[in-house]
Design a protein around this ligand. Structure first.
Ligand SMILES: [Zn+2]
Length: 449
């Protein structure tokens, strides 16, 4: 199955936090993206590539639109979709008042399935083609999500939350052994099915005993290729509580490290309140971080420091996360906009190249999935989005006077939302379209050249 898409192509070859934006960004103004059997088989200048297309192939032309790799969310909770925008509390109170009562409802498979369907559709509507997702404690909640994501052809990484203390009893694993067994069965059932990846998910050190964290480390060792996701240093009260619960450890990162939970493929959400030592350990171990600015602001958690995270010599792999329901939008464009503002407060204003890098290749690298997703390079899976710089009158006015591709990307990141996403493709196939869609161009049009 061959798909050919024409438009202005944008992706990343390098990390703009380490090199210049010009070196990191690839922009082909009139480009062609050719997808075969779900993967990108060729990318480059339209005029050059179109001649190599087999006869009869229709080219879909997204005129005056930008085509980028599908966006990747490094951290989100599908089981919190319905409690987004819960007023008035900070993390620990908010978990007890809003989150845990809702997550208890995911013991019901039909409830879980309905929310999972809504969640997957919303991701696609927002141009998010991959995500690292927390489910609830119940294995049924994981089944529901993967059933929906596999049906749509999405590459999601997800797992059941492991927790055995400091939450309502209905939501806790009965024992670390039970958490281990249920996770192991879910890995066997789902890891590698369709494009699914299993993510071992100790919720956070407050809700896990040392035995439970050890179980999580053992699961990861025993199942190469799985991911690890957990929360880290989101809120000051939480950090203090971890210090009380784990008095023998140097700090929060040390708690995870001593339980063998750091390394490539481990992604920690938030990382707002970290010491220099902790940043160093994340760097040395190749662990990833998901920056979740809308959540950090909404829950009054604090300001993530991109400056520290990307310090030369100890660069940590960072992606963006929507963190719904603490986050206030599933749009990674809105997330990027808040990331810019948080960066501005930290004397680290990020340009359009950096913001889109974080939402694509940056997140893929943090999840150890670069080379598979997050890029338009041949060989990558053909997940991509079409962004409309004229999606609203105000956006059209602003982007019409964009001075460069970087400036155009910046305007899209700061002002964009779900309306900006004209189309989302999975495996080279259209998975979502906003409304108006260009007509395919008959192949013979290029034969006349
Ligand atoms: Zn979270």
């Amino acid at each position: 199955m061959l798909t050919a898409i024409r438009g202005s192509l944008v992706w990343f070859r390098d990390d703009p936090f380490l090199t210049s934006g010009d070196d990191a960004l690839v922009h082909v103004d009139d480009g062609l993206l050719v997808c075969r059997d779900g993967k990108i088989s060729a990318v480059g200048d339209y005029g050059r590539l179109v001649r190599g297309l087999p006869p009869g192939v229709t080219v879909v032309h997204h005129r005056d639109k930008l085509i980028l790799p599908g966006l990747i969310s490094g951290h989100v909770h599908y089981v919190q979709t319905r409690i987004i925008a819960a007023y008035g509390r900070q993390l620990l109170e908010w978990l007890n008042a809003s989150v845990y009562p809702e997550e208890e409802r995911f013991a019901d498979p039909s409830y879980a399935r309905a929310v999972a369907a809504l969640f997957c559709d919303e991701l696609l509507r927002n141009g998010t083609t991959s995500a690292l997702v927390n489910c609830a404690t119940y294995p049924e909640s994981v089944d529901a999500l993967f059933e929906e994501s596999v049906g749509r052809g999405m590459r999601l990484a997800a797992g059941k939350v492991l927790m055995d203390r400091n939450a309502p009893p209905e939501l806790l694993d009965a024992s670390p052994e039970q958490g281990y067994e249920e996770s192991r069965k879910l890995i066997e059932k789902w890891h590698g099915v369709g494009r699914s990846l299993y993510a071992i998910t100790p919720r956070f050190a407050v809700a896990c005993t040392s035995e439970m964290l050890r179980v999580a480390g053992a699961l990861w060792r025993e199942h190469p290729g799985t991911l690890v996701q957990a929360h880290l240093a989101e809120n000051r009260q939480e950090v203090a509580q971890v210090a009380e619960l784990f008095p023998k450890y140097r700090d929060y990162v040390d708690v995870y490290e001593q339980h063998e939970l750091l390394g490539p493929g481990a992604v920690f959400a938030h990382a707002v309140h970290l010491s220099k030592r902790e940043w160093k350990r994340l760097h040395r171990t190749g662990s990833g971080v998901a920056h979740c600015p809308t959540s950090n602001l909404f829950l009054g958690s604090g300001l993530f420091s991109m400056r520290r995270a990307t310090k030369p010599g100890r660069r940590v792999l960072v992606g963006l996360g929507s963190d719904v329901g603490g986050g206030t939008s599933l749009s990674l464009l809105q997330t990027a906009s808040e990331a810019y503002k948080v960066g501005a407060l930290d004397d680290c204003p990020m340009d359009g190249v950096k913001l889109f890098y974080l939402a694509t290749l940056g997140a893929a690298k943090a999840m150890r999935l670069d080379g598979i997703i997050g890029s338009l390079e041949p060989g990558n899976e053909a997940d991509f989005i079409v962004l409309d710089p004229a999606a609203t009158p105000l956006l059209a006015t602003r982007t019409a006077r964009a001075e460069s591709i970087d400036d155009l990307l910046f305007a899209l990141a700061v002002m964009g939302d779900d309306r900006t996403v004209l189309a989302t493709y999975l495996n080279g196939q259209l998975a979502h379209e906003r409304d108006t869609f260009p007509r395919p161009e008959p192949a013979h049009r290029h034969d006349k050249r």
